[in-house]
Design a binder for this molecule. Structure first.
Ligand code: FMN
Ligand code: SF4
Length: 396
């Protein structure tokens, strides 16, 4: 039997195989951020398809940390009953689930949260929406730490098997870790130890309140900002700090949505779909910019693998999650056999083929996802995430 089908423990939780549905925004929550029947069906299909561990989409822990209209929220106790429905269908299918707790910080828009977005420092207008955030006060930081810890508690009450903390993708914790976004001179910035403090306090708080629940962190290993943010060298330092506070698993990723969108997923630039999401006045400049990106982000199978190899020596006995561009069964298997990662995370392949694990078991050799990225174009247009290889539906 292939190693991909063997079980492995993360902390005290056994995952039946090494296939993980990577965190995927589904765009199917209702306007209050609650679970819908449509979402339950997505999770049921993934679990019935034999997926070992299902990571949810990023969920806002605080109303100011919301990034998208149809995003799931985990910011109050009313979220729990809906999330339990997701956990139940996953458990019935024999899988495990972790809810990704997140705060978008500066990576959101005032229309969505009703005020200027918050960030570690009031610097740098981003090149996508030209937003300069307001700097967080100590009170704001304390509120966010408490919100993450409370959200972790809700995720476990709802049936989450692992606590999953989002510190990548350019969202708030990534912003604190990055010297490009964080130029604070107090105890929350100025050195790697200080920039890491918010992550440390969140995870220590989670551990203090939830005991030995396993903790998985998704962190950037390379931000691709115009000047260095989180770099592989810095990611290695942070990984050593994560090991010291005893997290159980680490997933490394790259790219910042508002700065280096295509580095987050690579593949084809969905020019038409992204243009469609822009207001008319932005389209000419948008077209020029997107055309310049074309052909520069071709899919690289396992593009985060080198980062994973680089940090591995400092990660102790954490389970390592590889995400990004994994498409061929043989390649995934070799990564495990060589001991370079313990779990394989797939996002777009599961959007296209929720039953991919079953298909692999039957002998299929690779995912049919073409990395055309029209599913990303759907997110930008507020259309629920599905495979739109044939094109996006018309606007309703
Ligand atoms: C439509 C879509 C939605 C995504 N949503 C999230 C998300 O909610 N949280 C997150 O951490 N990453 C998210 N990602 C990034 C994926 O988890 C993954 O890191 C990336 O797509 C690369 O993996 P892949 O090549 O298997 O698609 C999303 C990616 C796509 C394509
Ligand atoms: S639209 Fe379908 S084929 Fe294209 S990247 Fe998304 S899942 Fe893959």
């Amino acid at each position: 039997m292939s190693m991909l089908f063997t079980p492995k423990k993360i902390g005290n939780v056994e995952i039946k195989n090494r296939f993980v549905r990577a965190a995927t925004y589904e765009g199917m929550a209702d306007q209050s951020g609650r679970v819908t029947d449509e979402l339950v069906s997505v999770y049921r299909r993934l679990a019935q398809g034999d997926t070992g561990l299902i990571l949810s989409s990023f969920m806002f822990v605080h109303p100011l940390g919301r990034a998208l209209h149809n995003q799931l929220g985990i910011h109050n106790d009313e979220a729990i009953s809906g999330l339990s429905r997701l956990a139940d269908v996953v458990h019935k299918g024999g899988g495990k689930i972790a809810f990704e707790i997140s705060h978008s910080g500066r990576q959101t828009r005032p229309e969505l949260i009703g005020q200027r977005p918050l960030g570690p420092s009031a610097i740098r207008r981003d090149p996508t929406f030209f937003i300069k955030p307001a700097a967080m006060t100590i009170h704001d930081i304390r509120e966010v730490i408490a919100a993450f810890i409370a959200a972790a508690g809700r995720s476990v009450t709802a049936g989450g098997d692992i606590v999953y903390v989002h510190a990548g993708g350019g969202d708030l914790l990534n912003q604190f870790l990055s010297p490009y976004f964080n130029d604070r001179t107090d105890e929350w910035g100025g050195s790697a130890v200080n920039r890491f403090r918010i992550v440390r306090e969140i995870i220590e708080g989670i551990k203090a309140s939830l005991g030995n629940i396993p903790v998985l962190v998704k962190m950037n290993a390379q931000d691709f900002t115009p000047k260095p943010g989180v770099t592989p060298e810095l990611a290695r330092e942070y990984a050593a700090m994560l090991a010291e506070i005893g997290i159980d698993a680490l997933e490394l990723t790259s790219g910042i949505k508002f700065y280096s969108l295509m580095n987050c997923w690579r593949g084809e630039v969905p020019i038409q779909e992204l243009l469609r999401s822009l207001p008319a006045w932005m389209r000419p400049i948008g077209r020029m910019k997107l055309k310049r990106w074309s052909g520069k982000y071709n899919l690289i199978e396992g593009w985060n693998l080198d980062y994973l190899k680089m940090v591995k020596p400092v990660t102790g006995n954490m389970a390592l999650f590889l995400v990004g561009g994994m498409r061929r069964f043989k390649h995934m298997e070799q990564v495990l056999i060589r001991g370079e990662a313990d779990f394989i995370c797939l996002c777009r392949p599961f959007i296209r083929q929720p039953d991919l694990v079953k298909k692999f078991r039957e002998g299929v050799k690779e995912s049919t996802c073409k990395s055309c990225n029209r599913c990303i174009g759907a997110v930008s247009n507020n259309i629920p995430t599905r495979c739109y290889f044939g094109g996006l539906p018309d606007k309703q």
